[in-house]
Each structure stands twice: as structure tokens, then as C-alpha cells.
Design a protein around this ligand. Structure first.
Ligand code: PLP
Length: 492
């Protein structure tokens, strides 16, 4: 039988609501609920365990028939919102390097989704806005107006793009033939793991990544680096890039970027800086000396969802010369319908073609608060880290494990006369207990091989009082665990 062609009177489908007023009302409710959620973020636990029955809701197959927007929202509240840990939104969350986001940022994301632009380029206001945001980033980090840049999902992606251009910069052939054997890349042993992952993805291979030792302040040993480069060249290898750290993930330390820039210009190497959070020292006059030399880098990767407190996700990579960036990423097939003379578009600046309008929250956040407020908040977090350091140092049962150049404090409970191995066990369990008790969330790390609590403050909600209570709780809980340790050596 022949299929019937659709008739003009047949009802056609759309995802627009049948009743706009109802959806609008639901939208207002969502907004109110979410504002309440954020307003009372301090009153809810940092971390909560999810009951088993709540987990099972996420094992269901996809619904074949819809339940409607209101019921879907009810499921969001009951299945997710009620069980979702506060985690990085909480004023006492200082684990890893995570941002808190902001209520206004949430609203900006809603506007961006409403506009639903795929920010590819073209003569659109959204294109202009993102170009303006990139120009602001260049200006704030001391890059020249002719530099290139692009917003991406985060620091890992920004580093990947930076290193891709670094790899290609040595030879146009890499694009065609792939990475050459013997291309070597350098950085300190404190580099973030995303650099190693990028090196693996780029076909350079982690065996060709040199992790150079650091000094007592966790800064790359520049002499050791220079020696290693010379040895590698003598062995016929092809050094091409040095990665500098502006704020290492573990202790927040800064490599001497000026010395790295000198070395790279002498040796004709690309200088890429991972400034995921530390690059923002550039907007604080009292901290700017830490990033001296950043403006000489060939590329820099950084985040806005960490220390600029924008909601996830948004990071950025800048390139000293836009031409390097475009040479790597530009590839215009016929179906892009762009003539060769069309000025570079976002697709020529990075890997992604479909891109969300993440620039909007940056633009609105900067307009709402001004750079001065972000600068004051970064400074406030650094001051809080300094305060925490003093609190730790004032208690003999606690031990500072690393210098505190920025916003990150590594310390441990040491008690009295407890051997290092037992202290490692104790401190590994301590961070979890502190988090579940509500005292505060630090992450666990190792500093020179010893377990430590790591507090990294990129949180605009934290107060000094939070830190005082956290230190008090760490000392008390550490003492309790130390007492119980004889009875229960397998402490978790
Ligand atoms: C120094 C450093 N580089 C890179 C990254 C990766 O950034 P993202 O988590 O935004 O991918 C981090 C994350 O904490 C970091 O601290």
C-alpha cells in the first residue's frame, strides 16, 4: 500500500509548549527554587551520601512517552536536587581547584541557552561579544592586541590547544605528517596531569616529556632544565617546547617565567604557560610580580570557572601571534561556504565547530562586577590562605607541608611522636572525616611523598571564620584519630 503523504490539516509536531503561560509559570518556579538553593547554600551539608533507592532512579531506561515539563522538573527536584551534594558551591569547599559559580552567572547561562547560538562566527552580535571578551582577556593578561585566543571548555582543553600549536609551530609538516620522532617537551615535575595527557594525545608520547626537578619552593630548576635541553639536543633529539607553571595544582607555586622566557628565546623554543588559576595573579597589583614574564609566553592557558568564579564551563587560551593559531586550526571545506578571504572565524581558532555561548557569562560577570571586584576577591582568597597558614603554624600538632605563595595551603596533623607512615594513614582519612563532619573540604595530596591535606581557596563565599573552625576541627579530629590509631590501624 502506498504511504499517505501528510495533509495540510495534519497536526505537526514541535517542542514549543502548547501552553506558553504554563511553561512560563514553571520557569519562574525553577528560578525561585534555584535562587533559594543558592541563597541557603551554607545551610546545607558540603557532602551528603546518596541513598541506594535514589541511585536506582538513574538506572531506568529512557522514557518512550514523555511525562511533561512539570513532572520532569519534579523528578529533577526529587531525584537530583535533593540528593546533590553542595560540594564546590559551599563556602567551605577547598578541594582540588574548583570554582563556586555565582547566582548572576547562572542567569547569564540561562540567557545564553535561550539565545542558543552556535558561536561559529559571522556578522552576529554574539560574535562581536565573544571577540570583545577575548580582547579583554588579552588586555588583562598583558598580551598584545594582535594576539589570538579562544574560549574553550576549561584548562585541560586550553592546554591541549596551546600545545597543539606549539607542536605545529616548529614545522608546517607536522600537520601533514604527524609528530616527528624525538620531539621533546619540558616542564617541571609539578605540572598538571592534563599536560601529560595532551602530550600523549598529540602523538609526542609521554616518554618524550621531561619532568624537570623543582627547588624548595616547587619552582622548576631552570639550570637543570637548560642542561637537559642541551643533553637532548646532543643526543639528536628535537626540543620544541617548555611548559611553565603559573600556579601549580599542588602548592600554587610559580615558575620563574622571566627566566623561562629568556631560555626559550635563546634556545628558540615555544613557551607555553599553564596558568589555570594562577594567571589571575595578573589582575592583582600586589601579586602581579608572580606572573612577571607571562606576557612573553607564546601561549597561555587559563580558566574562568575557577578563580573568576564563573559557572562551569569556561576556559581560555591565548596565543602571542594569532597567525600561529590560525595556521594550526584553519581548514575550510566547501560545505563551510566561506571564501578563502573571509576573515578568521572561531572554527579557525580552535578544534571545536559547535560552540556554546559561554562568552556571555564572562561578559556579563565582568560588566556586573568590574575587574576591580574580581581582583579584590582573588586578593581576599590569597589573604585567607595566608591566614590559614598562620593558624596552622600556631598549632604545634599541625604541620605546614609546603610554602604558601598563593591560595593553596598544604598541611597535616602530626600530633606528637607518630611515625611518618602512621601519619600518612591518619591524614588520608582525616580529609574525608572533616568533609563529612561539615568542618570543611580539603583534598588529599602528597607533598614530597607524605600525605597532606590540601586547601585551595578559589571560593568567594569563604570567610576567615570558616578557616578558623576548620583548623580547630582538624586538630581535634586528628587527635581523636591518633588516639584510636593503636586500636584500629586500618583506619579509613
Ligand atoms: C594547574 C592546572 N592546570 C590545568 C588544570 C585543568 O583545568 P580544567 O579542570 O579546567 O580542565 C587544572 C585543574 O585543576 C590545574 O589546576
Amino acid at each position: 500500500m502506498e504511504a499517505r503523504l501528510p495533509m495540510a490539516q495534519d497536526k505537526e509536531l514541535s517542542l514549543d509548549p502548547e501552553n506558553w503561560a504554563e511553561l512560563r509559570k514553571l520557569g519562574h518556579k525553577m528560578l525561585d527554587d534555584m535562587m533559594n538553593h543558592l541563597e541557603h547554600v551554607r545551610d546545607r551539608p558540603i557532602m551528603q551520601r546518596m541513598p541506594d533507592e535514589a541511585r536506582s532512579a538513574f538506572m531506568q531506561p529512557p522514557p518512550m512517552q514523555g511525562i511533561g515539563a512539570e513532572a520532569a522538573y519534579r523528578d529533577f527536584v526529587e531525584q537530583l536536587l535533593l540528593h546533590q551534594s553542595n560540594f564546590n558551591k559551599h563556602p567551605r569547599f577547598w578541594g582540588f581547584v574548583v570554582g563556586t559559580g555565582s547566582p548572576s552567572g547562572m542567569l547569564a547561562d540561562m540567557l545564553a541557552s535561550g539565545l542558543n547560538v552556535n558561536v561559529v562566527g559571522g556578522p552576529l552580535a554574539s560574535t562581536m561579544l565573544e571577540m570583545q571578551v577575548t580582547a579583554w582577556m588579552k588586555g588583562l593578561l598583558g598580551f598584545p592586541a594582535e594576539a589570538g585566543g579562544i574560549l574553550v571548555s576549561g584548562g585541560s582543553m586550553a592546554n591541549l590547544l596551546g600545545l597543539t600549536v606549539a607542536r605545529n609551530s616548529k614545522s608546517g609538516e607536522v600537520k601533514r605528517l604527524g609528530a616527528r620522532r624525538g620531539m621533546t617537551i619540558y616542564g617541571s615535575e609539578e605540572m598538571h596531569v592534563c599536560i601529560e595527557k595532551a602530550v600523549e594525545m598529540l602523538g609526542i608520547g609521554s616518554d618524550n616529556m621531561r619532568k624537570v626537578p623543582v627547588d624548595s619552593e616547587y619552582r622548576i630548576d631552570v639550570q637543570a632544565l637548560e642542561k637537559r635541553i642541551r643533553e637532548d639536543r646532543a643526543a639528536g633529539l628535537e626540543p620544541f617546547c617548555v611548559v611553565g607553571n603559573a600556579g601549580t595544582v599542588n602548592t600554587g607555586s610559580f615558575d620563574d617565567l622571566e627566566a623561562l622566557a629568556d631560555l626559550c628565546s635563546r634556545e628558540a623554543l615555544w613557551l607555553h604557560v599553564d596558568g589555570a588559576f594562577g594567571a589571575w595573579a595578573a589582575i592583582v597589583p600586589e601579586l602581579r610580580h608572580l606572573v612577571k614574564g607571562l606576557e612573553r609566553a607564546d601561549s597561555v592557558a587559563f580558566d574562568l570557572h575557577k578563580w573568576m568564579y564563573m559557572p562551569y564551563d569556561v576556559g581560555c587560551v591565548l596565543f602571542k601571534r594569532q597567525s600561529d593559531q590560525v595556521r594550526t586550526f584553519s581548514n575550510r571545506p566547501d560545505y563551510f561556504a566561506m571564501s578563502k578571504d573571509t576573515p578568521p572565524q572561531f572554527a579557525d581558532f580552535g578544534f571545536e565547530l559547535s560552540r556554546s555561548f559561554r562568552a556571555l557569562k564572562v561578559w556579563m560577570g565582568l560588566k556586573e562586577n568590574g575587574v576591580a571586584k574580581y581582583s579584590a576577591l582573588v586578593k581576599q582568597n590569597v589573604g585567607q590562605a595566608g591566614y590559614l597558614k598562620t593558624l596552622v603554624e600556631s598549632r604545634p600538632e599541625l604541620e605546614l607541608m609546603a610554602p604558601v605563595p598563593l591560595n593553596t595551603v598544604c598541611f597535616r596533623y602530626r600530633g606528637r611522636g607518630i611515625p611518618d607512615a602512621a601519619l600518612d594513614e591518619l591524614n588520608k582519612g582525616l580529609s574525608m572525616r572533616l568533609m563529612f563532619s561539615g568542618a570543611g573540604a580539603a583534598s588529599e595530596t602528597k607533598v614530597r611523598g607524605r600525605a597532606a591535606l590540601r586547601v585551595c581557596i578559589t571560593n568567594h563565599r569563604t570567610t576567615r571564620r570558616d578557616l578558623e573552625e576548620f583548623v580547630e576541627a582538624a586538630a581535634q579530629m586528628g587527635a581523636m584519630m591518633a588516639q584510636g590509631q593503636g586500636k584500629n590501624p586500618q583506619m579509613h
